[in-house]
Design a binder for this molecule. Structure first.
Ligand code: GLC
Length: 561
């Protein structure tokens, strides 16, 4: 039964009919807190996004993915959800979200929201009830409360290591003041892990999915999607766990959860879409999440973490396409997100790959080089088969910002003992205008943005770039417009062209070649009849280092034009 008919009136939408839209979509990630501040309190909000929908439409995106927009103490930027059925008051109200979904749809843009199944906020009523109810209570069964080891229960139940570094258990205090049980949290103590063997946990999430799907949301991004199921015996970490043997990553039982979610998504007249945040090195295990009755797509972090190196990137592309083919799922291409060092900065460093544990303050960076490479990477990824993600601000070529230590909020920074700068540097409010106290992020007279914008960002603002055909913004707009108009770029065919060890070149369909030069010397362009787009000026038939061109070519003989 189609639950759109129940309760809530589904919004009128112009984004209906194409049930395969997610296979080739361009999805723009909106970090609401830093997108646009309509209220003037220094924090982005939904009204700000609504005001800027024409900008997003003119960029040419098919869908928006919103980071968690729910009420939250923001211990982890909103990934500590206190109420799934409402909007954080600093972002607006539920009615604003409904209006946003409808207005975006009217512009042909779908909405994807974030669901965080592994944990909730410690401020969520369920956890507060569990603390109050005490050991052995049914309220505690929704989480993982365990007695400690040792004489007085002073030892943590396991030695599991947090994804944010450090330990994964916090000890509670009993109502009478004595030390109590421990509870599990793979992230911060403010994010207690849920017990997915508990029927309430499953039911609640399924109802939350319907709640948002009924409001016209086109899909969900599933946070930390490989983590929710735990080994209930709580063993210590094995030295080298085989596939499915890790006590809290990628357990085999997890797939049942997503099969149930897929059935809900498929029950809608316009089927909804599941997108997984699945960090797994094992390609075969990754692909299992994308079987036809599970998720539609998952983020491809393999490519994003590669250094600026032709062999590494080409191998990653081949590996990605090969691992997706057997399950029939499209690949996704992702250059960054709210957790990752911005591409302009990453590619301007000697160590140009990405790993969470390699982030350090003061790493030397050549932003000119990084910008040239980020432009080249934008065209390269936009030419690959599958779905493309753009993190807000990458279309402006924003670098990672240095945040003064005293203003850093990200728990990753604190849990590293202050060694890791954390993720706030990619979460800085966007510059919309070349001048003004918040570069147009907020209205005149608004409070200062919640994170400081570098003063140099005026020249990277939307206003500064809009009329400049050589800007990053113009490049993105042109690339997305071309991708829309060229069916071959949305097809699956990719034929590699050998153009040298430092070059990534491939034909897409009969009429387009994408070629990227990752070497240090210019390379000759293959025969072509024209140039659709280039990330850097071409001279004398040569492609400069750190650039990509999309070439028009004649179809091979025998194929009709
Ligand atoms: C995901 C999110 C990240 C968050 C973590 C815990 O990795 O992308 O921002 O901190 O999950 O929810």
């Amino acid at each position: 039964m189609d639950s759109e008919v129940l309760g809530v009136k589904a919004p009128a939408t112009t984004v209906t009919g194409d049930h395969d839209w997610w296979r080739t979509a361009v999805i723009y990630q909106v970090y609401v807190r830093s997108f646009a501040d309509a209220s003037g309190d220094g924090t982005g909000d939904l009204a700000g996004v609504r005001d800027r929908l024409p900008y997003l439409a003119s960029l040419g995106v098919d869908a928006l993915w919103f980071n968690p927009w729910y009420p939250s103490p923001l211990a982890d930027g909103g990934y500590d959800v206190a109420d799934y059925r409402d909007i954080h008051p600093m972002f607006g109200q539920l009615a604003d979200a409904e209006a946003l979904i409808t207005e975006a749809a009217a512009l042909g843009i779908r909405t994807i929201i974030d669901i965080v199944p592994n944990h909730i906020s410690s401020a969520h009523p369920w956890f507060q009830e569990a603390l109050a109810a005490g050991p052995g209570s049914p309220e505690r069964e929704r989480f993982w409360f365990r007695p400690g080891g040792g004489v007085d229960g002073e030892q943590m139940p396991t030695d599991w290591v947090s994804s944010f570094q450090g330990t994964t258990w916090t000890r509670t205090t009993n109502p009478d003041g004595t030390p109590g049980e421990w509870y599990l949290h793979l992230f911060t103590p403010e994010q207690p892990d849920l017990n997915w063997n508990h029927p309430d946990v499953r039911r609640e999430h399924e109802e939350v999915l319907r709640f948002w799907f009924d409001r016209g949301v086109a899909g969900v991004r599933i946070d930390s999607a490989a983590l929710p199921v735990k080994d209930e015996t709580f063993p210590q970490l094995p030295a080298e766990p085989g596939p499915g043997e890790h006590p809290h990553v990628d357990r085999d039982e997890i797939h049942d959860i997503y099969r149930a979610w897929r059935a809900i998504a498929d029950s809608y007249t316009e089927p909804r879409v599941l997108v997984g945040e699945v960090w797994l090195e094992d390609a075969a295990r990754f692909a299992r999440y994308l079987r036809p009755d599970e998720m539609h797509t998952a983020f491809n972090f393999d490519f994003m973490t590669q250094p600026w190196d032709a062999a590494a990137m080409r191998t990653s592309i081949e590996r990605t396409l090969a691992e997706h083919a057997p399950v029939g799922a499209p690949a996704t291409w992702v250059l960054s997100n709210h957790d990752i060092t911005r591409p302009v900065t990453r590619y301007g460093r000697e160590d140009s790959g990405f790993a969470f544990d390699r982030k350090r303050f003061g790493t030397p960076t050549d932003l000119g080089l990084g910008t040239r490479r980020a432009r080249a990477a934008a065209l390269l990824t936009a030419a690959l088969p599958g779905c493309l993600y753009i993190y807000q601000g990458d279309e402006l070529g924003l670098p990672e910002a240095d945040i003064p230590r005293e203003l850093i909020e990200d728990p990753m920074h604190f849990r590293s003992g202050g060694v890791d700068p954390g993720r706030d540097g990619c979460r800085v409010p966007l510059p919309w205008t070349s001048a003004g106290p918040s570069l147009g992020f907020g209205p005149d007279g608004a409070a200062a943005p919640w994170l400081p914008q570098p003063t140099s960002w005026g020249s990277l603002s939307v206003a500064a770039q809009e009329g400049d055909p050589a800007s990053m913004l113009s490049l993105y707009r042109a690339a997305l417009a071309h991708r829309r108009s060229d069916a071959d770029l949305r097809g699956e065919a990719l034929e590699w062209i050998d153009a040298g060890a430092d070059v990534i070149a491939f034909r897409r369909g009969a009429r387009l070649i994408s070629i990227t030069n990752l070497g240090t010397a210019p390379v000759a362009l293959p025969p072509h009849s024209g140039v659709h787009l280039a990330s850097a000026p071409l001279a004398g038939g040569l492609l400069p280092p750190d650039s990509t061109a999309w070439l028009a070519v004649e179809p091979p003989s025998g194929e009709s034009a």
